[in-house]
Design a protein around this ligand. Structure first.
Ligand code: ADP
Ligand code: GLC
Length: 486
């Protein structure tokens, strides 16, 4: 099959979260399975053309936005053999932030920027003479792809046969904007109705994308069920339910070429399930790097997260100090986002010297160090469509402590005190007390039932969430989209 993926982020070029990991990894595996998958994304200001060996693909490409034709250029790179096209359009993408400025204020022209990216992706197929069987969009940013295909390209020789797939990585972000953008986006006012794009007087990208795409999926089976309910669907449950069988959950994979302690080139020492001595080195180095007391026997709880309401770190903030006071434990926190949370977590190392370390910012290297050097990995998410870090931490023998929601529930198996079975520690209530007592349970297991801890570590490291299985499911989804296409 010929597959065009249009996305706002992709590892290794631009990343703010797990979406980038998925768009970086899935196409590689699909290509190995014999499909011609290509990716289109913006040339953001921070993407280094020289470092990534990008070459000019098209010096000029005209993209119709309403009555305006915008002129952009296209560069081409290779992500381990996957062609990646970069849309160069200074006015929209010549900025360092992907979605917002340095103070986390969203860019006001985001609907235009990403509507443009989507149309540019489709136009590129025509300019390159690439006939896609599938156009695969990700999240609200490119959700309009399915709508554009049906509104504008239904009888186009290049695009007319393409079926559309939309993957929802997070239903809370829907791209809701004033309707004034409708003309520029070329959506036609006849579509501004409650069953399509209209949402309480505004324009809703994701809603229109769900309605128009041939099939829709999200990134775990449990999140697919949760989003079909009023609260979990953030207002879009009825439209997902209308899709019937054409809305499914496919668990993400983990890219073990980058997240595996046996191969990881970023961590201080490599290790395997058979020989964990390297993990002890990683722990010692992590303690040094974060100015923690160097003690091999005190368990470390790691956190790597965007500081967003979704992640439950405001709940953790209410109990992290009581935990430090009551338990023999250390914390290492890496993250950025919400201002108040940055202030709070940034201030902890000064107040709890040797016991809490934190780094406010984005660092891939530190993320790897924390996965490798910690004994537990905490994700108290309010909701979590899939979550990648818990899969990584399983591979690193770093037992996850998670709220049983979405993909966290699907990937972590609850500890059984009777026999030491399971891979982590789960709680259900979204409240600080649940975090406190479940972390306490994990820490007491570490000290009081060390044989169970070691057994769980071995079980965890054997878990296999590689992309191959998920890519098969996407292959079937593509087939379903082709059959569903009117
Ligand atoms: P989400 O996409 O909602 O942020 P995921 O668990 O799917 O959650 O993916 C998060 C990805 O982003 C992981 O690869 C994680 O390591 C990475 N990440 C998040 N915050 C940071 C940070 N501050 N520094 C480095 N990597 C981070
Ligand atoms: C989103 C979700 C996260 C998921 C990622 C990749 O950012 O918040 O749970 O793992 O997308 O699908």
């Amino acid at each position: 099959m010929n597959v065009l993926m249009i996305a706002s982020e992709c590892v290794p070029y631009a990343k703010t979260g797990g979406l980038a990991d998925v768009v970086g990894a899935l196409p590689k595996v699909l290509r190995k399975m014999g499909h011609d998958v290509r990716v289109v994304m913006p040339l953001y200001g921070g993407i280094d053309i020289i470092r990534f060996h990008l070459k000019p693909a098209l010096p000029m490409m005209g993209v119709w936005m309403g009555n305006t034709q915008e002129w952009c250029a296209v560069h081409e790179g290779s992500n381990d053999g996957v062609p990646v096209y970069f849309i160069e359009f200074e006015r929209y993408f010549g900025r360092f932030g992907l979605y917002h400025d340095a103070s986390f204020n969203d860019y006001a022209d985001n609907p235009r920027r990403f509507g443009f990216l989507t149309r540019a992706g489709l136009q590129l197929c025509r300019d390159l003479n690439f006939t896609p069987d599938i156009v695969h969009a990700h999240d609200w940013h490119t959700a309009l792809a399915g709508a554009y295909l049906k509104i504008w390209h239904w009888n186009d020789p290049i695009l007319g046969k393409a079926a559309s797939v939309l993957t929802i990585h997070n239903i809370a972000y829907q791209g809701v904007y004033p309707s004034v953008h409708l003309d520029y986006l070329g959506l036609q006012w006849g579509n501004f109705t409650p069953d399509k794009f209209e949402d309480h007087g505004n324009l809703n990208f994701l809603k229109g994308g769900i309605v128009y795409s041939d099939v829709v999926n999200t990134v775990s089976p449990t999140y697919a069920r949760e989003t079909r309910t009023p609260a979990g669907g953030f207002g879009l449950a009825p439209y997902l339910n209308n899709k019937g069988e054409r809305y499914v959950g496919i668990l993400n994979g983990a890219e073990y070429s980058q997240w595996d302690p046996e191969r990881d080139t970023l961590i201080p020492a490599r290790y395997s399930a058979k020989d964990l001595s390297g993990k002890a080195v990683c722990k010692r180095e992590l303690q040094r790097r974060f100015w923690l007391e160097e003690d091999p026997d005190t368990p470390i709880v790691g956190v790597v997260s965007r500081f967003a309401a979704q992640k439950g770190l405001d709940l953790l903030a209410q109990v992290i100090e009581p935990m430090i006071n009551a338990m023999r434990v250390q914390f290492v926190v890496l993250g950025a986002g919400d201002n108040a949370l940055e202030q709070f977590y940034g201030s902890l190392p000064g107040r709890y010297r040797g016991k809490i370390g934190s780094y406010i910012g984005y660092s891939d290297e530190l993320a790897h160090w924390i996965e490798a050097g910690s004994d537990f990995f905490l994700m108290p998410s309010i909701y979590e469509p899939c979550g990648l870090n818990q899969m990584y931490s399983l591979k690193y023998g770093t037992l996850p402590i998670v709220r049983a929601t979405g993909g966290l529930d699907d990937t972590v198996v609850q500890y059984n005190e009777a026999d030491g079975a399971g891979t982590g520690f789960k709680f259900w209530a979204a409240d600080p007390g649940a975090i406190y007592y479940t972390t306490g349970w994990a820490v007491s297991t570490y000290f009081d039932r060390p044989a169970h801890y070691r057994k769980m570590q071995q079980t965890a490291m054997k878990q296999d969430f590689s992309w191959e299985r998920s890519a098969k499911a996407y292959e079937e989804l593509y087939q379903q989209a082709i059959e569903a296409r009117p």
